[in-house]
Design a binder for this molecule. Structure first.
Ligand code: ATR
Length: 274
């Protein structure tokens, strides 16, 4: 039986085994998928052991996505641009293939599940870490009129915007200089503030009745960012549960060549979380 796993630290909370087992059942594929806790200094050894035991592929989560990027012998174009890898495949050759399905996962959730159109729209991306970097290419590919990266540390936002400046209308600024901006059509929170249960210090001119707010973090209850957005006039707010399922579906497709249906899995996880 083909073996897959997610590696992280921590990893016990991971919903990936539940998601991939449902994908396998739904598509009639025979596979095993487990969660493996890896010590912080032990990533490459854990990957080598999993592989020599016959493992076929891995999902990689915090804090190993950059290390996985360095470990992969071959990178997909989207993984190269993201600077991080969340999906490893072990093929017949010796190469380890690194891919990143996070950006596609976000875009599939926004456009297919939530029905948003991003072409010609104004987008604000909050945060300038690895989570933000992974979704910039796919967001720009939708051809928004503007993509602004805003970060607590302004220099990080400016550098990140500069890295993608050839791909579309992108700029970077500090969170504290957003108060002159017109409202956005989409605001994506890619900071880790919600994970810590913290609210961001944001001005109130960012949201209006056309604003859709999206937090890449998921939780049983609306996150501080979701509550803040709706309290300040946003039309709608969603958490990142759909992105989680869609990035998994894309990884499943990379490994198995078959695309699982996702709506029933999203519904199951929402029930499971609450
Ligand atoms: P990740 O890989 O999840 O993106 P990261 O690279 O550590 O993790 O980045 C975390 C992001 O969340 C950064 O953009 C960080 O802002 P700084 O670059 O200014 O540190 C942002 N962040 C975390 N906590 C925050 C908070 N309380 N308020 C605002 N931004 C926060």
């Amino acid at each position: 039986i083909d073996r897959y796993a997610v590696m992280g630290h921590p990893v016990s909370h991971s919903l990936s085994p539940r998601i991939h087992q449902q994908f396998a059942a739904e598509t009639g594929q025979k596979l095993e998928y487990e969660a493996i806790l890896v010590p912080r200094e032990g990533f490459s050894g854990a990957v080598a052991r999993f592989r020599s035991a016959g493992g076929r592929g891995l999902n990689i989560t915090v804090p190993f996505k950059e290390e996985a990027w360095r470990l992969a012998g071959k990178l997909s174009a989207r993984a190269r641009a993201a600077g991080a890898v969340n999906t490893l495949s072990f093929g017949a050759t010796n190469d380890i293939l690194g891919d990143n399905t996070d950006g596609v996962g976000l875009l599939t959730d926004l456009t297919c599940n939530l029905g948003l159109i991003l072409a010609g729209r104004r987008i604000l991306l909050l945060g300038a870490g690895g989570a933000a970097r992974g979704v910039i290419g796919p967001l720009l590919a939708e051809r928004p009129t503007t993509l602004i990266i805003a970060n607590r540390n302004r220099v990080r936002a400016e550098q990140l915007a500069a890295d993608f400046s050839l791909q579309g209308p992108i700029s970077g600024c500090g969170l504290d200089t957003l108060s002159d901006e017109a409202p956005f059509d989409l605001i994506v929170n890619a900071t880790s503030a919600s994970l810590a249960g913290e609210a961001l210090a944001l001005p109130t001119n960012l949201t209006a009745s056309q604003t859709f707010a999206y937090d890449m973090v998921y939780a049983a209850a609306p996150t501080p960012f979701m509550r803040w957005s709706v309290a300040h006039g946003a039309a709608c707010a969603a958490d990142g549960l759909g992105m989680l399922v869609e990035q998994a579906a894309e990884a499943f497709f990379v490994w198995r060549g078959i695309r699982p249906r996702t709506p029933s899995v999203i519904t199951d996880l929402r029930d499971f979380l609450s």
